[in-house]
Ligand binder design. Structure first.
Ligand SMILES: Nc1nc2c(c(=O)[nH]1)N[C@H]1C(S)=C(S)[C@@H](COP(=O)(O)OP(=O)(O)OC[C@H]3O[C@@H](n4cnc5c(N)ncnc54)[C@H](O)[C@@H]3O)O[C@H]1N2
Ligand code: MOO
Length: 341
């Protein structure tokens, strides 16, 4: 610690908290330990009787916690992400737009492994809204070795971006509703509106829709027809289970699509089929997607709309955390559901 005249202390770092007392009005910390003294602070400090102050000496090879936090935030934020000015050594990180949140988990771990650093985030691979909090980064001590921050910067530049928000694409969606009971008008279609609502949340819409009976040829031809008409995502509802009338999985296979999975380790949603017809994703959705608030369909949609190709490992990875708790008020995606391995 060093004693400095207050007028000469601008840009230097306070070594301890400074208390202010205004009788009947205020008693508390006016300036916190670690605060970098600003031009405007001088008069305030003089008014609370501080003509001299103790300042912390930051050595040539060290950085103040706020400078460390800026380095962490600046070099970790990719497209669609912004951060706040640090306060008490911490910067908060937010999404600057709606999209798919991507977090490089391995890199995040490695940065924390450097020590004296706290970098915490929410889970990635979910939809994020504009100005939603993603995480925060801070330097734990008041000062940190410059060398360590250089190392962090190098790792972030090489392996980054650590955090990014990918845009959703406007996809043309083809919807095939299966079910002879719906086709023949015995019951009203209630699956279509659920799908249309969920697609709208990604600013896209169902541009082609048909209702077909539980017959393999009808379902197959409807899928191929939508593909020919330029659908970029094809969704087939119902008929996904084990009854003799459940023809959807067979029909998707018959189109020649590459089947990624029939069956997922997710409840609800275990009977879902994910396939690609050329590069067009084809989803066979079981009845639970119409009934349940949140299912495996909600885990896949953000990634499909961000243009990511889903593989079998992605789907198997859902098993840990794949059981939805069906809370009375659904907080998804702010819960464990689908957060995976
Ligand atoms: N023995 C087994 N049975 C079931 C299994 C299983 O593994 N073994 N899985 C269960 C699970 S999990 C689900 S989810 C359902 C999947 O059902 P499907 O996708 O085959 O659904 P459907 O049989 O076509 O319909 C179920 C129910 O929903 C009504 N429905 C269907 N589509 C519409 C629509 N567009 N509008 C209104 N209502 C619709 C339909 O009439 C049926 O009542 O299988 C379990 N069984
Ligand atoms: O596909 Mo069912 O998909 O688990 O409720």
């Amino acid at each position: 610690m060093k004693v400095v005249k207050t007028e000469d202390a601008v840009g230097l770092v306070l070594a301890h908290d400074i208390t202010a007392i205004i009788p009947g009005e205020f008693k508390g910390v006016a300036f916190k330990k670690g605060h970098i003294i600003q031009e405007d602070d001088v008069e305030t400090l003089l008014r609370i009787g501080k003509e001299h102050i103790y300042i912390m000496e930051i050595k040539e090879n060290q950085l103040h916690e706020d400078q460390g936090a800026i380095i962490l935030a600046q070099y970790s934020c990719g497209r669609g992400v912004y951060f706040t000015e640090p306060s008490e050594g911490k910067s908060n990180i937010f999404a600057s737009k709606k999209g798919l949140l991507k977090i490089n988990k391995d890199l995040l771990y490695q940065i924390n492994e450097l020590g004296e650093i706290c970098f915490a985030t929410i889970h990635g691979d979910n939809k994020i809204e504009k100005d939603q909090l993603i995480g925060g980064c801070r330097v734990i001590p008041l000062v940190i070795a410059k060398e360590k921050m250089e190392k962090a910067k190098e790792m972030l530049l090489k392996g980054g971006p650590l955090i990014e928000v990918k845009d959703f694409q406007d996809l043309k969606v083809g919807l095939v509703i299966t079910g002879s009971e719906v086709f023949k008008g015995r019951i009203k279609d209630r699956f279509g509106p659920v799908i249309e609502r969920k697609i709208k949340a990604f600013d896209s819409k169902v541009t082609m829709k048909t209702i077909v009976p539980d017959e393999l040829e009808y379902i197959k031809n409807a899928i191929l027809d939508f593909k020919d008409k330029g659908a970029q995502l094809i969704i087939v509802t119902g008929g996904m289970s084990v009854d003799p009338d459940d023809k959807t999985p067979g029909a998707i296979k018959e189109t020649g699509a590459d089947i990624i999975t029939y069956g997922t380790p997710v409840l609800p949603g275990s009977m879902l089929m994910m396939a690609y017809l050329d590069d067009v994703p084809v989803l066979g959705l079981p009845g639970c997607v119409m009934f349940s608030h949140t299912t495996v369909f909600d885990l896949l949609l953000p990634r499909i709309f961000a243009g990511e190709k889903i593989n079998r490992k992605d789907i198997l990875g859902f098993c840990y955390g794949g059981q939805c708790l069906k809370c009375s008020v659904c907080n998804f995606p702010n819960c464990h559901f689908g957060k995976g391995m």
